[in-house]
Structure formats: structure tokens, C-alpha cells
Design a protein around this ligand. Structure first.
Ligand code: GDP
Length: 440
């Protein structure tokens, strides 16, 4: 995410690193580079200018602070200002109302339908809501179908009315349907157009007026940069929406939209979309995003994702097995599957401080575990539970079955043994010792 921008900001900050003191000259030099980096990332011109002016004032004002190195001080100032620019605090979503009604708006192709599904899935799993998805695109039957497919996938009911060409009526009927059937969250997907046009704007404004939703979200494709910001501005003038959803942040996005939208439109980004799958949705946290942009990783999100996958019961069982020396390959593969559920490898690595930069250009794909999984699947149940029985001829058979080499099988066995030993050590109170060692 935002690799280019991160890189350039890092280089800009480097200018100050060799200096012992902040002066008007080196601040100006650094900020010129910062501004250029922002403009290259397609940040709005005015926003970039205001940004660097604010940082400059603050940097020079803190001239007397000698506790920090100038380079570090600048990184902190840029980070704080980026956070402010992207909205400061995390903006929540209003789920009051029974049902709470969420109206989606945006251009065709922005990812509106996909996001409607993701949001329904998010509300269902994280907020234990019973959502209803509503198809209000009366022009494209394919769009209605698409929402039904999404609904089936996440097991959420989809409301649509064949033949009814009045989206206001459909939305109102859907809310009545939700009340009657115990749905406490209604997500209304509306028709988009390829570009802004008056009919579409009137239509969405009419729906908005008729149903007074708790939340009106504007969905926009982050890849479109400045266009995204301009479209948001036009929609906001008509709709006065509550928040922005920035999709496709997993792609080769430059970052301009994420950074400029709040300051230009004065509406917060509430969610981001980071992939095509239904779980590729994240609440937008300005401070964490600023950390990521500055290559500082996002450990908080990483830990949260790990916690989501953490199952106390499973963990207790696993500990018992380790204590009894019964940890086998079946458990190993379960662990791998848990890690995979946390998200794509590239996404996870991006959250580790410094890793994005260190591994730049390294192709991290989700097939990283494929070989390992194939090897484990080629083992017999006995081999999986008691790996010590795996002798030379068994290794040959496993390698052949999994399309790998004996060498690769050996390597996995070695890693497995090391891991088992380490886990045993952590259990026997060695964990503390190991942590102490690592902290030295
Ligand atoms: P709509 O016309 O606004 O309803 O847009 P769709 O939901 O049909 O999305 C358009 C395309 O963008 C589809 O191919 C989606 O799979 C894709 N898409 C949506 N959100 C994301 C995202 O966060 N990341 C990526 N990579 N693709 C996305």
C-alpha cells in the first residue's frame, strides 16, 4: 500500500538525519521534498501546500526542543499532521435506529455492490447484527443478480423487486420488510453511472430524502486519485453524506485520495476495501494509516487480526498437546490455516514495521505455504501424528506424492522439529527467558 509515497517520504526525511539541529534551510529543503512526494502521490495541490506549511511552522517553533533528533522530530510532525489530515480520530458508524439504515452511493464500478456485501458480512460477524441487503438498481438486472450472488455467499438475505422501476418505493418496502422479519440493519445498494449525471443524482437524493438513513456512505475507487476527490465533492454537495468508503487500496494506489478527501470534502473516511473477497474490509484508522504511509507498520491492526482468529479452546488443546509431546503435523497445518485466515501475506507483511521497505521488490505470494501443505497432505495419518516414523523411503514417497523433493521434505521436518522444541521451551517457563534475551 502506498509504497512509492512511503519511499519518497523516507528519502525526504533523510535530508535532516545528518543534521544536529533544525534550521530554516534544512526544514525548507526537507519539506520541498515532502511536498513533491505528496504531489506525486496525487494529493490535492492545496492540501499538499497547507500540509507542508503547517509542518514547517511547527518544526521551526520547536527549535528549542533538543531531546529528539531533528530527523525523528520531523517524522513525528509529519506523522501527526498526516493523521490530522486524514481525519484525526477514527470515525465510527451510526448503528442506532431499528433497523439502522445504511444507504450506499457512488459511481458504477467503484465497488459499491462488493462493499455492500462486505459491510453486511462485517455487521453480521463483528457486530452480531441481522442485516438485509437491498438491490435498488432498477436499470441493470445484472447488478441485482450480483447482489444476490454476494448475499448467497455470505448467507445474508437480499431484498429486490422484479419489475418495480421505482427505487424509492423499493427502499421503503425493504425497510418495512426488515421490520417485519427482524432485520436490524438494512444496507441499500443503489444504481451508479459511469460518470456523474443529473438523473442519478436526483434519484439518490430522492431515496435519501424518503428514507432518512442513519448512515449515507459514499463509495469511491482509490485508484482514481484526484477524480475520486472531485466526485466525492459533487456527491457531497447533493447528498451531504456521512462518510467515505475507499475501495481498492490493495492495488497500486498512490494514496492521494486517502490523504486529500477529508480536507477537501470535510467528511471522514470510515472504511477501506482491500480486496475482492468478502472479508477484505477494514475500519479506517487515520493514525494507523499514517504509520503505514511512513513505513512504520501497523502493529495494532496486525494484533487485532491475530486476536480475531484466536480460539481459546483450540489454544488450550494445543498447549496440552505440546506439553505431552503430541504436537503433530495436523496441528501444524491448522496453525498455517489460521495465519492464512488473517489476510494475504503481502497485506500482513505490510503491517510489520520496516518490513515493507526491507522486502520491497520481493515477491510475496500466498502460495508460500502451498509446498508445505502439499507435503503434509501426502503424509499418512500416522506420519502426521508421529513424525519420528518418517524414514528414508517414506520421505521419498512423500516427496513424490507432493511433487516436491526429498530435500524439501527434509527441510520441513527440520523446521518442524525446531518449532516443536521452541514451543516446548516456551511452555516450560523458557518463554520469559527467551523474551528477556530478545529484549537485550
Ligand atoms: P459497483 O458497480 O460500484 O457495484 O462495483 P462492483 O462492486 O461491481 O465492483 C467493481 C469491481 O471492482 C469488481 O470487479 C470488484 O471485484 C472490484 N472490487 C471492489 N472492491 C475492491 C477492492 O477493495 N479491491 C479490489 N482489488 N477490487 C475490488
Amino acid at each position: 500500500m502506498f509504497d512509492n509515497l512511503s519511499d519518497k517520504l523516507d528519502k525526504a526525511m533523510h535530508v535532516l538525519k545528518g543534521h544536529g539541529q533544525i534550521t530554516e534551510v534544512n526544514v525548507a529543503e526537507t519539506l520541498k521534498e515532502v511536498r513533491r512526494a505528496l504531489l506525486d502521490a496525487d494529493v490535492n495541490f492545496k492540501t499538499a501546500k497547507e500540509f507542508t506549511n503547517t509542518v514547517k511552522e511547527k518544526a521551526l517553533g520547536q527549535n528549542v526542543l533538543t531531546t529528539l533528533q531533528p530527523g525523528q522530530l520531523m517524522v513525528k510532525l509529519v506523522k501527526d499532521e498526516l493523521t490530522q489530515l486524514m481525519g484525526g480520530d477514527t470515525a465510527g458508524i451510526d448503528l442506532s435506529g431499528s433497523p439502522s439504515v445504511i444507504l450506499m452511493s457512488g459511481l458504477q464500478g467503484s465497488g459499491k455492490t462488493t462493499f455492500s456485501g462486505k459491510l453486511a458480512n462485517y455487521l453480521k460477524t463483528k457486530k452480531t447484527k441481522k442485516p438485509l441487503l437491498v438491490a435498488c438498481d432498477v436499470y441493470r438486472p445484472a447488478a441485482i443478480n450480483q447482489l444476490h450472488v454476494v448475499g448467497e455467499q455470505i448467507k445474508v438475505e437480499v431484498y429486490s423487486e422484479e419489475g418495480n422501476k421505482n427505487p424509492v418505493e423499493i427502499a421503503q418496502n425493504a425497510i418495512a420488510h426488515a421490520k417485519q422479519n427482524g432485520h436490524n440493519a438494512v444496507i441499500i445498494d443503489t444504481a451508479g453511472r459511469l460518470a456523474i449525471d443529473e438523473t442519478m443524482m436526483t434519484e439518490i437524493a430522492d431515496i435519501h430524502k424518503a428514507i432518512t438513513p442513519n448512515e449515507t456512505l459514499f463509495v469511491v475507487d482509490a485508484m482514481t486519485g484526484q477524480d475520486a476527490v472531485n466526485t466525492a465533492k459533487t456527491f457531497n454537495e447533493r447528498l451531504d453524506f456521512d462518510g467515505v468508503v475507499l475501495t481498492k487500496l490493495d492495488g497500486d494506489t498512490r494514496g492521494g485520495a486517502a490523504i486529500s478527501i477529508k480536507s477537501v470534502v470535510n467528511k471522514p473516511i470510515k472504511f477501506i476495501g482491500t480486496g475482492e473477497k468478502m472479508d477484505a474490509i477494514d475500519v479506517f484508522h487515520p493514525a494507523r494509516m499514517a504509520d503505514r504511509i511512513l513505513g512504520m507498520g501497523d502493529v495494532v491492526s496486525l494484533v487485532e487480526r491475530a486476536q480475531e482468529q484466536f480460539d481459546e479452546e483450540e489454544s488450550r488443546k494445543l498447549q496440552k498437546k505440546i506439553a505431552k509431546n503430541q504436537f503433530g503435523f495436523d496441528d501444524f497445518i491448522k496453525q498455517i490455516q489460521q495465519v492464512k485466515k488473517m489476510g494475504s501475506m503481502k497485506d500482513l507483511v505490510g503491517m510489520i514495521p520496516g518490513a515493507g521497505k526491507a522486502l520491497k521488490g520481493v515477491d510475496i505470494d500466498d502460495d508460500a505455504f502451498k509446498g508445505i501443505e502439499a507435503i503434509i497432505h501426502s503424509m499418512t495419518p500416522e506420519e502426521r501424528s508421529t513424525p519420528s516414523v518418517i524414514n528414508g523411503s517414506r520421505k521419498k514417497r512423500i516427496a513424490k506424492g507432493s511433487g516436491t523433493s526429498v530435500q524439501e521434505v527434509n527441510q520441513l521436518l527440520k523446521q518442524f522439529n525446531q518449532m516443536s522444541k521452541m514451543m516446548k521451551m516456551m511452555q516450560g517457563g523458557g518463554g520469559r527467558k527467551m523474551m528477556q534475551m530478545m529484549n537485550k
